[in-house]
Design a protein around this ligand. Structure first.
Ligand SMILES: [Fe+2]
Length: 294
């Protein structure tokens, strides 16, 4: 049975059937999935009981796996998962939920803010793939917003105002908005702001999109409060319910999204219960704009 994709939201998101991701996926099916990503920006696969090795193997069909260094404050010796897997769970290395005051947990709460993965890197991520191994009985949805539809819905003056703007993104901006402000010198170096265009053009479809993320904290040439008001207005516009898909997780769901065309956020859940969701990330292939000279 060939891959088929059914759109499940008025503006984006496809549900994929006819493919088993635990086995090697044919080149033809990979091409159909990539074309689906270009069109729908988010794809949902049900009943895919993946191992970490299988998830990484499927991910590599779309490009190199991103190096996770500099993406969080978890120390190497505290990592639960192998290199190449991003841990989006609430679990420590011992398999138990992290303590309430755990620095790792408090930092990871930033995932509940609207963002695009790795927008804080000079070359930001292409795709993310999130596999649900253990889900919560209540809460813990992931929401996605279509940044192409949000861009299309702006009026002509707003489009002209933002066309050439360049933002600075850093994990210290998103976490700072939560009051998480203490970093070691090494972390400050790792989390140094990078530049990103505010309007991106998709390399295949040619569609423009808003490149927003809670990691964005300033706009070149604008006073900070003015920049943040504009970014906040754009975020409110872009996350109206008509642009948002809410994913309610079932065990063995895999959801794959294009970070160049969407934002997402997690929702709160009972953190006394284990939640084991694991992400792989496909690296991007170019910066969105030249970085500042060192
Ligand atoms: Fe994320």
């Amino acid at each position: 049975m060939p891959v088929s994709i059914r759109q499940i939201h008025p503006v984006f998101v496809g549900e994929v059937s006819g493919v088993d991701l635990t086995a090697a996926v044919s080149r033809q099916d990979v091409a159909a999935i990539e074309a689906g990503m270009d069109k729908y920006a988010v794809l949902v696969f049900r009943d895919q009981a993946l191992s970490d090795a299988q998830q990484m193997q499927f991910t590599r069909n779309f490009g190199a796996i991103e190096n996770a260094r500099g993406g969080n404050v978890t120390r190497d010796e505290d990592r639960r998962l192998v290199s190449g897997m991003n841990d989006v769970s609430n679990l420590g290395k011992d398999g138990q939920p992290l303590a309430r005051d755990s620095r790792q947990r408090l930092f990871n709460l930033g995932n509940l803010l609207w963002h695009s993965d790795s927008s804080f890197r000079p070359v930001p991520a292409k795709y993310s793939l999130l596999s649900a191994r253990v889900v919560n009985p209540k809460g813990g949805d992931t929401e996605f917003a279509d940044m192409r539809a949000a861009y299309d819905a702006l009026d002509a003056d707003s489009k002209a105002e933002i066309e050439h703007l360049v933002c600075e993104h850093s994990l210290m901006y998103s976490r700072g908005s939560l009051g998480f402000v203490d970093y070691s010198d090494e972390e400050k170096q790792l989390f140094k702001p990078v530049r990103q265009r505010l309007v991106r053009t998709h390399p295949v479809s040619g569609r423009k999109s808003l490149y927003l993320s809670s990691h964005a904290g300033s706009i070149l040439g604008k006073p900070t409060p003015e920049a943040r008001i504009l970014l906040n207005d754009l975020k409110e516009h872009a996350t109206q319910p008509r642009f948002v898909y809410v994913h309610k997780w079932k065990p063995h769901d895999l959801v794959m999204w294009d970070n160049r065309q969407t934002m997402h956020r997690g929702r709160r859940y009972d953190e006394n219960q284990p939640r084991d969701v694991r992400r792989t990330t496909v690296a991007g292939d170019a910066p969105t704009v030249a970085q500042a000279a060192e």
